[in-house]
Design a protein around this ligand. Sequence first.
Ligand code: FAD
Length: 498
Amino acid sequence: LIFKRTLKKLPNRNRMKAQIRKGMKRASNGDGTSPISLQSDKPIVLVLGSGWAAHSLIKVVDTDKYDVVCVSPRNHFVFTPMLPSSAIGTVEFRSLLEPIRISNPFITYLEAECTEIDVEKKMALCRAQISYEDGRRPQFEVIYDIMVCAVGETTATFGVPGVMEHCYFMKEVTDTVGLRRRIGESFELAALPGTTEEDRRKALHFCVVGGGPTGVEFAGTLRDFVRGDLSRKYPELMADVQVTLLQSGQTILTTFTGNLQNRALETFRKTGVNVRLGVRVTEITESEIVLNDEERIEYGICVWSTGNAARPIVQAISAQIPEQRATMEGRNPATTKLAVDPFLRIDGAMDAIALGDCSRMTGGPLPATAQVAGQQGAYVARMINRGYIPGRGGLTAPFPCRRVEASSISSQDGATVDEKYFSKNFQFLSLGAMAYIGSDKAVTQLEAGKAMFDIAGYISFLLWRSVYVTKQVSTRNRVLILFDWMKTRIFGRDLSVF
Ligand code: FAD
């Protein structure tokens, strides 16, 4: 299968090489910003983000027909489901990444953050992520024909004081790199001769806030690390190690069936993960987690994994469009998502598309998962490849975009443009959900049509591994992940701290 896929890609590479030579034209505006335009007269597709949704679009979009500009502060794609594994070294973090320039070498990638969008003028203002020696960060504008917003979401703190200052997150690779280093440091600190018993117990108390799949996977993998690798190297510290999972609800893994929730709780009980249900964190200080009943828990490392909140750019886009403002009335701005129609076009800005976690389908909200984001990205790429040019005139009478002649989008057979380019609206195909719970066990909820199957235990773990290895975005990543797993099995996880 891999060989067949590689063969299929070969002619594309030659065809696209010509486009690279065209390059980009930049001209200064005189006000510190520079507009970016491409030399060809193809429509410009501006993609914001390099996550699940953007990446699956970038891989498929036809750069023969469009100039694709990707703006994202992160120059790589991250396979997020394996971030908990990389935080404790089961897999190396580089095995989860794919540089965007490799995903599709024929797009223009710009390492910047989009700070403003003018949906009327079809213009995005961006600020570089990197700065010059003197601290200046270049700014530029991108003028687009179609904008695809796939910026995802940021971590929700729910206004709990101290979270940003004292907690570790699990959203980006940089988060897990920092967390991995701190876990190693905690053990080294606890092993020092001058460390008191109280300090040792505190340093080795690992708290995870949030009982969703990410929190559960991290608690499970951390327990594996402690029992499997650290117990051999630091046997004298084992009595002081604690892993605590704090969850506000009455159960964990709330999106899974009751049976799987119980299996996860049972596994945690057996492996010694201390699960506290029905507790809410109200404050995090430098050394303590304060709960709603005033209880104070001393901790060494606190990992915050409680949900998502809107990014500022999504709030800014939403504030510009009356249709979006209407849907947000009376709601907390942190929960803003861009309302999209069944074709994923932003309500009120039909030349803009929103995908993944930052969007909400008006017909029925979909879960904020990589599965949804990936399918949406591929769907939009296919539609764009078929020649879809969004217009401002609504569903049945779109205006042509700036660079395309009206005749090129008029329908010969009398079908409306929507019918012509969107024979089918986006339909999410749910394949189920899975989560690793530690001790070579996982829980899997398989969906086949209306039928649902629960699988738990070692078989589910094997399924989890095979799904994750096949879902990797490239052969390189598949090979790296397989090697990492093999290396960990044979030699254990790397304990060096740097
Ligand atoms: P993201 O993947 O978050 O990508 C957003 C992109 O936008 C990033 O590249 C970011 O740098 C960029 N960006 C941010 N701001 C700007 C800006 N202003 N301008 C330009 N670019 C910007 N889902 C599953 O289905 N299964 C799982 O097992 C699973 N496990 C997970 C484990 C973890 C630890 C995490 C964090 C998530 C997990 N998810 C899982 C959820 C899944 O990762 C998200 O649903 C998915 O990443 C959403 O994709 P997205 O493209 O919308 O956003």
